[in-house]
Write a protein that binds this ligand. Structure first.
Ligand SMILES: [Zn+2]
Length: 272
């Protein structure tokens, strides 16, 4: 990818989306409801509510986005996982609201367990122990007034810890569930999937260097990753290939993940 090109040529939803005057030229995909921003979007944010609005409310479903602050290749922001989880949680909360469910989106946990990315500057990892304790205490507190807590996890490296925390909370009798912001067949890190989603969310945040990284399936390199870290295997930090990314693909992926969160709330009371 040549510098200065935000998307591959021929992708109608790539470069053409960007209006140099701002984001007014971003196209809407008619199959996806527009992202709620401003006062309407604020309605799904827990932080924007007043306590009296929640007092005596029988059933609140709280969506908790969890991300990371870690390198995402030369082209994606450190906050990518948190950005994706936040957007999914907001969309799912709005969708659930339309279904008559009182769903709110908690402030995003912007740090996660990112030890394997620690060799890249900018990465801040709080580690598995701290993340587990944070999730457990957060959910215990939230469950004092919320009937259901759903962890929306944007970082694969958090998953074992999210599972441990959710299992512990459920053993304590709390209705806590979790959903991964992953798509079937998606590449591991800062490749086709994450670049597509970020193009659909914030094209101006995507840098010009879309060089492919290590493309070996993540399951095959996991032991080496854990032992040596990502930088030893992929100097750019990319595990996958962003060159095929497009905003249109990203919108479809976001929609699939959002639907999964909605289904988890509507039909998943017996499963973590
Ligand atoms: Zn990521």
């Amino acid at each position: 990818m040549r510098p200065g090109r935000p998307g591959p040529p021929g992708d109608p939803a790539g470069p053409a989306m960007i209006d140099p005057r701002g984001l007014t030229g971003v196209r809407e995909d008619s199959t996806v409801p527009p992202v709620q921003v401003g006062p309407a979007g604020r309605r799904v944010e827990l932080a924007a509510r007043r306590w009296i609005e929640l007092d005596g409310v029988a059933e609140v479903t709280l969506l908790v986005p969890v991300g990371s602050l870690e390198q995402h290749g030369p082209h994606l922001p450190l906050s990518t996982d948190a950005d994706v989880a936040t957007e999914v949680a907001r969309r799912a909360a709005a969708r659930l609201g339309a279904e008559g469910i009182h769903a709110l989106c908690a402030p995003t946990i912007g740090y996660g367990a990112s030890g394997e990315h620690q060799d890249f500057p900018g990465t801040i990892s709080i580690g598995h122990q701290a993340l587990e304790l944070l999730l457990v205490e957060l959910a215990r507190s939230a469950c004092r007034w919320a009937g259901t807590v759903v962890v929306v996890n944007g970082h694969g490296g958090n998953s074992p810890t999210v599972v441990r925390a959710v299992t512990r909370l459920r053993a304590e009798g709390r209705d806590v569930r979790w959903v991964a912001c992953a798509v079937v067949g998606g590449d591991a890190h800062a490749g086709h999937a994450e670049t597509s989603i970020m193009l659909s969310l914030d094209p101006l945040a995507v840098g010009p260097d879309w060089s492919p990284g290590l493309r070996t399936p993540i399951t095959e390199i996991l032991p080496a990753l854990r032992e040596h870290g990502v930088r030893a295997l992929s100097p750019s930090g990319v595990l996958g290939d962003p060159r095929s990314a497009s905003a249109a693909t990203g919108r479809r992926m976001l929609e699939l993940i959002t639907q999964r969160v909605v289904q988890k709330v509507l039909h998943g009371p017996d499963q973590p």
